[in-house]
Design a protein around this ligand. Sequence first.
Ligand code: PA5
Length: 447
Amino acid sequence: MIHIKLDDSNLKSFVSDEEINAFQNDIHKSHQALQNKTGKGNDFLGWVNLPSEIDESLIAKIEANANAISSMAEIYVVIGIGGSYLGARAVVEALQHNFAALKKDSKHPLIIYAGQNLSEDYLSDLLEILDQKDYALTVISKSGTTTEPAVAFRILKNHLEKKYGKENAKHRIIAITDHSKGALKKLADDEGYQTYVVPDDVGGRFSVLTPVGLLPIAVAGFDIRKLIEGAKNMQLHLSASSDITTNIASQYAALRNALYKKGKTIEIMVNFQPNLFYLTEWWKQLYGESEGKENKGIFPAGVGFTTDLHSMGQYIQEGLRNIFETVLSIDNPNHQLDVPFEKENLDGLNFIAGKRINEVNKMAELGTCIAHVDGGVPNIRISLPEINAYNLGELIYFYEYACGLSGYVLDVNPFDQPGVEAYKNNMFALLGKPGFEKQTEMIKKRL
Ligand code: PA5
């Protein structure tokens, strides 16, 4: 039994069962390729069995580290970018208080992120805050050479050493990187930082169930055992068969490929809960980086409703008809709040007085879905009973597996990202990195 449900009843007027079922054969082959590690990029399939193979001693070590960090830090800075940061942020922000930064009674450090941009103002503001707080940090980079986290780490390492002294600072730094190679590994060894390993066969965007995601999530005070248990349950469910009528990832992969074939080239992930914003960001990376290559792939976009109904709603309702929506719907909130009654009823809202806010939100969801379907936007609905660590574990593994299937159906290697290098090469050429002299000369001619 899995907790996540997928409802495709709003696709009926857009794709036929026949058009969906036509993908069963490709899905089956893709499923076999994932399970037997025979497809493209098969040296990056370590994530497939990760939930069932994760070591108890690793979990215990992460929990012990998280406790130690909680006792020494009010703030935990997670330095990383892309797959080395979005998974942790997706889970932490989904589970934490919506106003975590303002909560005074938390027993756990507030997680703050760095190394995901090159903004001088962002880093300067961060240093100003860190001047006044006790903090520790983790630097996460599989390659150990990514510019954004390397720059942020250089700055924060200096700050930490000035604040606590070099010897004490090193006990406040954990590096998560490759097990043997890369600049960060060498630095960590030279300086004596504690380290965790990003497994060789797990790419960044599939690494949330490794220390890359688990350590920050545990430091934030969330139950990583439940997260892993949920993922394991989903792994068990998805590995059993590739049948699109029983395997929810097969179904999702078949539906989105059927829609893509009919010209729906943009998938918008919709949520109605602001704390799912970063889950959408994680999903966008997962699908965008896995499928967007060889001039193919669905463009993954995201909106948060009802907020964005007042900004993007117009386009979705009446713009170019190349989009479909996947709504991530949460059945039950973790709190209860009713709309109050007001005698004067000046705002005319007494017709919903006494109703739960969630009921209003649900009717907004239903009304939006019907309107968008009427406007020519197919709608897939994925629902969770509630947001908790277990369900997020299920959801993460579901999306990962469906992404692997979907990428194989598209006939691309879902586990590489060659296109990410282009901007880096230009940036290095423009900054005059040694070894880039020719590129520097060429790019300068274009300016
Ligand atoms: O999914 C990926 O592989 C990328 O998003 C990387 O995680 C990202 O570029 C960061 O790379 P690294 O961990 O090597 O610093």
